[in-house]
Ligand binder design. Structure first.
Ligand code: COA
Ligand code: MG
Length: 309
């Protein structure tokens, strides 16, 4: 079995596949991950022409270290299978990940997995194209554990709160706010607490990344930061951006602070020293630490290593 590739997803920038101009701009932004969209950002009349524009953007632009992904249309549409075929045949060598929206079950992900396997063989692709899945329907949330276990090709679960709100009947004014100013109508507490927790637990149990979806009010950086911070604390590794102004904010929130990384490394050293003296629990900065404390901060060190800090 192929090793799962670890990619940075501190920010996943959504770019309409119908806009050559925005795709060119996105390639030079230094964002961890870009997805060129064939789904909701593209009007039905533009969906077929957008495939060719995306193929040209993947093949023709210099993407640097940015992970290149295409979001296809969902599997109930007439578009989905041709989205995959045209994009992978046209630019499979320059494509890292396919994003599947509105997945309902493990079988949906397995369909995409099998199609990609056939195409990788036919085209002689040397790398495996990954799959990121959007959890944005109530059925998907009910099946999230089975979806997380569906195929080794799966790399990431994304909470898509826009469609999810519609699916559950949540009343929400602007996509993405979980409380207070976010248009959640004064609900006491964070309306996405349960969904983010549930998705992140399923993802972590299967060694997948968990990512938080869009925040539509791109002129409110503080509110965006707060949403990103909530997701980060729960164990998610990144958040979407729908506008260039959100990219740096997300990449910053999901990068550990240098001082926290230094403290984590120091704590691990202190713990190793304690072990060598036969102690399992010791004082560190006046508080108890043991192997669980070390496991917690190792997450931070692994993030820092992946970022190259
Ligand atoms: N990717 C790349 N470039 C983008 C961009 C994006 N998602 N969003 C905006 N830009 C560019 C614009 O083209 C503009 O470029 P310019 O200065 O060279 O003219 C610049 O960034 C500033 O954009 P701005 O004028 O503030 O906004 P806009 O009116 O052009 O676009 C949106 C606003 C919301 C329509 C646009 O951000 C967008 O389409 N976002 C993505 C929507 C999407 O993907 N939705 C589906 C997932 S939820
Ligand atoms: Mg959606």
């Amino acid at each position: 079995m192929q090793e799962k590739i670890k990619r940075l997803r501190r920010c996943q920038l959504s770019v309409p596949g119908s806009s050559e101009k925005m795709m060119a701009k996105a390639a030079g932004m230094g964002v961890d991950f870009v997805f060129l969209d064939l789904e909701d950002a593209v009007a039905p009349s533009e969906k077929r022409p957008a495939r060719r524009k995306i193929v040209d953007a993947l093949n023709g632009l210099d993407w640097g270290r940015t992970t290149r992904c295409v979001r296809i249309n969902d599997l109930t549409t007439e578009y989905a299978y041709e989205d995959i075929i045209e994009v992978v045949e046209g630019a499979g060598r320059n494509l890292d990940v396919i994003m599947l929206p509105k997945a309902m079950s493990a079988a949906d992900v397995q369909f995409v997995d099998k199609l990609l396997s056939m195409m990788e063989k036919k085209l002689g692709l040397r790398h495996r194209i990954g799959i990121d899945v959007l959890i944005e329907e109530v059925e998907a949330m009910m099946n999230v554990e089975a979806i997380a276990a569906s195929t080794p090709r799966l790399e990431c679960l994304i909470f898509g709160m826009g469609d999810y709100s519609a699916s559950q009947g949540v009343s929400m004014r602007d996509i993405g706010g979980s409380g207070g100013s976010g248009g959640s109508g004064g609900y006491p507490g964070d309306i996405w607490h349960y969904q983010r927790q549930r998705l992140t637990i399923a993802a972590r149990a299967h060694r997948l990344d968990a990512v938080d979806g869009p925040f539509a009010d791109f002129r409110s950086p503080d509110a965006f930061r707060e949403e990103a911070r909530r997701a980060m604390i729960l164990g998610m590794v990144g958040k979407w951006a729908i506008h260039p102004s959100q990219v740096e904010l997300a990449q910053d929130v999901f990068s550990p602070a240098a001082a926290d990384v230094a403290r984590a490394r120091d704590m691990i050293r202190a713990y190793d020293e304690a072990l060598s003296q036969g102690l399992g629990a010791v004082q560190y900065e006046g508080k108890m630490i043991d192997i669980a404390s070390v496991r917690i901060v190792r997450n931070l060190v692994q993030r820092a290593d992946l970022i190259g800090m």
